[in-house]
Design a protein around this ligand. Structure first.
Ligand SMILES: C[S@@+](CC[C@H](N)C(=O)[O-])C[C@H]1O[C@@H](n2cnc3c(N)ncnc32)[C@H](O)[C@@H]1O
Length: 280
């Protein structure tokens, strides 16, 4: 590990590796979460990879992926570059999973660290990225400022996907279930379902020359929506149970939902925003 890249951390912050981001997940919930991250990484590759190429990951010498989770997304970045990739997460358990996921990638180094106080010196990375991190951050503005701080002058900060469930469109409607998947469930778990619309503000206030866009311009087919649902069914059912729906109500909703998919009339869309910020 190249020691010169790291900054001296106040001892209080050095200890900040306790896994409070797991929100006290049980082993089973943790494994479900890993499955969800894997599926998400596969399903969103077509949106993220053009962004990595656009910000110059291929020719970058040093890249930092903040909030790397299980490393599924970092794997895409590492595969596109010969540069050195550092991947950081606040959760030691996640980093242990990422060690396995990324074991073939010799250009990746993993560290435990808090995105609110990144343990690297200023002005060192060509590209600093995050994916689905800001939505779950206690103070996203501070995280973006930290990402900008560790990025070189002329380098790029990229938030590749941050959704905005306020823009969610779903048809046929279900007045009970739609609001749960349009943000209520995320809020209940401590996330910000409206993070997408705030990206421009966070990046501009971090002093970055900012470009905002929507990564997912394509609407999924009913077959794709059905495949995603069937993979993630346990998660959906669990969220609906937590929201207070009875087994009968969930069965009825699922019956109608699957029928609309099989008939080919269902439409589901929510915007996934990205932000590219150049450090002047
Ligand atoms: C939804 S997951 C996304 C993981 C990965 N980027 C991906 O897209 O597959 C969010 C990750 O951010 C991490 N995280 C949340 N807050 C953090 C913080 N303040 N510092 C570092 N990591 C954090 C969590 O531990 C989790 O692994």
């Amino acid at each position: 590990m190249r020691r010169g890249l790291f900054r001296e951390m106040p001892s209080k912050e050095k200890k900040g590796t306790r896994n409070h981001w797991s929100h006290g997940r049980s082993k089973e919930e943790f494994n479900d979460f890993l499955k969800k991250l894997e599926l998400q990484a596969i399903e969103t590759a077509e949106e993220r990879i053009p962004l990595y190429l656009n910000v110059g990951v291929k020719d970058a010498g040093l890249i930092l992926d903040v909030g790397c989770g299980s490393g599924m997304v970092t794997r895409d970045i590492a595969g596109l570059t010969k540069g050195q990739v550092f991947a950081m997460d606040g959760s030691r358990e996640m980093i242990e999973v990422a060690e396995v996921v990324l074991k073939e990638h010799e250009n990746v180094k993993l560290i435990v660290g808090d995105a609110h106080s990144i343990p690297f010196c200023s002005n060192i990375f060509d590209v600093t990225t995050c994916n689905l991190l800001l939505m779950w951050s206690r103070d996203p503005q501070r995280v973006v400022k930290e990402m900008a701080r560790v990025t070189k002058k002329g380098g790029v900060v990229l938030a590749s996907l941050e959704p905005d469930y306020g823009g969610k469109l779903h048809w046929p409607e279900n007045h009970r279930v739609d609001p749960i998947f349009a943000g209520e469930a995320i809020k209940k778990r401590g996330g910000d379902p409206h993070i997408g619309r705030k990206l421009r503000m966070f990046f501009v206030r971090a002093g970055l020359e900012t470009e905002i866009g929507i990564g997912n311009s394509r609407i999924w087919s009913c077959e794709e929506d059905k495949a995603y649902y069937l993979h993630s069914r346990d998660y959906y059912v669990k969220v609906l149970k937590e929201a207070g729906l009875s087994d009968e109500e969930i069965d009825q909703w699922e019956y109608e939902y699957l029928n609309s998919l099989d008939e080919g009339i269902e439409l589901n869309f929510f915007p996934q925003f990205y932000a590219i910020g150049r450090k002047p």
